[in-house]
Design a protein around this ligand. Structure first.
Ligand code: OAD
Length: 262
């Protein structure tokens, strides 16, 4: 019985999936998935490093995504994230997100590790997930009081302030020069080291420590498959480089592993 969440286009199996990979996915008890901005590209959320369309082709990360930038121009940074928060809030999950949620429902030990801050995996029904870079929908106190659900944004000259301590509020995302949330990273590293199969989807594999997770999976003996329309530093090192868009390839992979008649 299929749920409506799995009503993505199974005919997308026009994309060739190696039978050995489909079998590996069907029989694996421990699967880890690492996703990056590419999986949300087909939902209209821009990636970071794609040459024409990537965010960092148009904006300087050093001006917007570091603690120093926030100290220098807090309102500019606040406004930029507010703009992205609205963009993400309007986005809907695509067949790639739904396919990963469907895979999760069939695998006993599963972890979806995402670098994305857009919440689209959860919107597609994924539940076993760690967010390595935070979530743009959340706002937190810059001094450490924790998350804030509502804020007063009347004065446009500076960011709103923490209702408890009066410090500026900031997006709950990981900036360059900041540590990743320790528990999330630990869970991700354990899953990578323990899994039998890792799918690496829509990431340029350039930002550490996330970029080291596929290597940890390989070192632990896992099969590694990459889904990306473009080559990455990882491509030559994976067992299955699947060249294509995740919204096409992942539904095809799911359909190959669990054919409709099975
Ligand atoms: P990047 O922008 O670096 O890479 C996106 C990848 O997605 C590229 O390799 C593209 O080829 C690929 N891609 C594009 N369209 C795709 C599609 N339809 N299907 C599959 N893949 C597609 O994004 P990330 O690797 O996620 O950090 O970047 C990692 C981190 O760098 C981000 O989390 C962010 C950024 O600075 C923070 O914000 C802390």
């Amino acid at each position: 019985m299929e749920t409506s969440r799995e009503s993505f286009d199974r005919s997308a199996s026009a994309c060739a999936i190696p039978e050995a990979l489909a079998r590996r996915l069907r029989t694996a008890r421990r699967v880890a998935v690492l996703t990056g901005a590419g999986i949300s590209a087909e939902s209209g959320v821009p990636t970071f490093r794609d040459a024409q369309t990537g965010i960092w082709a148009h904006f300087d990360p050093l001006e917007l995504a570091t603690p120093a930038a926030f100290a220098r121009q807090p309102r500019v940074v606040w406004d930029w994230y507010a703009w992205r928060r609205e963009l993400v809030a309007a986005a809907k999950p695509n067949p790639g997100h739904f396919a990963l949620a469907a895979i999760e429902r069939r695998v006993a030990d599963f972890l979806l590790i995402t670098q994305n801050v857009d919440g689209l995996h959860q919107a597609a029904g994924s539940t076993r997930i760690v967010e390595l870079h935070g979530n743009i929908a959340r706002v937190k106190c810059a001094r450490g009081c924790g998350s804030v659900d509502a804020w007063d944004d009347t004065d446009g000259s500076e960011p709103p302030r923490c209702p408890q301590c009066g410090a500026f509020l900031r997006p709950d995302v990981v900036w360059f020069d900041e540590m990743l949330p320790a528990e999330a990273l630990l869970r991700a590293e354990q899953a990578a080291g323990d899994c039998e199969l890792m799918l690496v989807v829509g990431t340029s594999a350039e930002v550490h420590p996330a970029a080291a997770l596929p290597e940890a999976a390989r070192a632990g003996g896992a099969t590694v498959a990459e889904v990306n329309p473009n080559p990455t530093p990882l491509t030559d090192r994976v067992d299955y480089p699947l060249r294509g868009r995740s919204g096409i390839v992942l539904p095809a992979l799911f359909a190959a592993a669990w054919p409709p008649s099975a």
